[in-house]
Design a protein around this ligand. Structure first.
Ligand SMILES: C[S@@+](CC[C@H](N)C(=O)[O-])C[C@H]1O[C@@H](n2cnc3c(N)ncnc32)[C@H](O)[C@@H]1O
Length: 273
């Protein structure tokens, strides 16, 4: 996979040299190119922003540097043999970045990121490139960062660990929280390693039983417990057809009940239905 990032803070992307993403680069699974947007400015002050039309606080990133930069980055990538680019635009007003979206992006051969600063990029830039390539406007959460570089790091790490040959154990992401499959929509439960006792705290006996069926059951129950506590919205969205008898019992103990349509909702204490 090829990644291009255009930014006014190239050094912010230095972490892409370490850990899992760094190894993916070293193994040739990721070909990363970081570009300084200011290289496509032609005035003495290397200006990339200007005041907003319509007034208001803050500055807006200008069309010209972004347009020239993206034209060049795309042309260079094509010349180097890359194909199928998609633009990834970090913005708090984008669609939420989820594991499903990480999977979708990991299947693309070439991602071009446009992390912004100030109040964001002049809209015409996004509209222009949307006529030429798929554009993903992505938010990494319901909060506002000072710039999109941290979002690029988040998206890149989530995508890179899904690429074949990047994780040491290809099974590692199978049971992750949000992973597609049997545990889809559930958070992963607690995990433990040696020693078996630490400061008087023991690990659950079942994990030492060697009984794969019982361990799988325990993990699923714990996943339900954690999801119900931290992300009730995920349980509400679950397809009840994926619940077995024990899941239903666990949910009932946790205070959940099926509505007539079958989906589960948390019973509100003290409210007569
Ligand atoms: C200060 S923010 C601009 C916020 C903008 N005024 C708004 O409310 O949508 C500057 C840049 O940081 C990045 N950014 C901030 N929060 C983000 C988030 N939650 N997800 C992805 N990118 C974000 C985007 O690149 C954004 O253009």
């Amino acid at each position: 996979m090829r990644l291009d990032v255009v930014t006014i803070f190239p050094e912010y992307l230095d972490p892409l040299n370490v850990s899992l993403v760094g190894k993916a680069r070293a193994r040739g699974r990721l070909d990363v190119h970081i570009h300084d947007l200011r290289e496509w400015t032609y005035d003495r002050h290397n200006t990339v922003d200007d005041t907003p039309y319509g007034g208001g606080p803050g500055m807006v990133m200008k069309t010209e540097p972004w347009g020239d930069a993206l034209d060049q980055v795309l042309a260079d990538g094509y010349e180097a043999g890359a194909h199928g680019p998609a633009l990834v635009v970090p913005t708090p007003s984008g669609r939420p970045f989820t594991q499903a979206l990480a999977v979708e992006l990991s299947e693309r051969p070439w991602l071009v990121f446009t992390p912004a600063r100030y109040e964001g990029i002049d809209r015409r830039v996004i509209d222009e490139y949307a006529t030429r390539l798929p554009v993903y406007e992505v938010s990494i959460g319901d909060y506002v960062l000072a710039g999109g570089e941290a979002a690029v790091l988040v998206v890149t790490e989530a995508v890179a660990r899904l690429l074949p040959g990047v994780l040491g154990n290809a099974e590692s992401h199978r049971d992750d929280s949000f992973a597609p499959g049997a545990m889809a929509n559930l958070l992963e439960g607690p995990v433990y390693t040696k020693p078996p006792e630490w400061r008087g705290r023991e690990i659950p006996d079942v994990l030492l039983s060697g009984h794969h069926g019982k361990i799988a059951r325990w993990r699923r129950d714990e996943a339900f417990r954690r999801t119900a506590a931290n992300r009730p919205d995920l349980i509400e969205r679950c397809d009840p057809a994926s619940f077995d008898k024990k899941d239903r019992e666990t949910l009932s103990i946790l205070g959940w009940a099926p509505e007539p349509g079958g989906r589960f909702w948390r019973r509100v204490e003290g409210v007569e239905e």
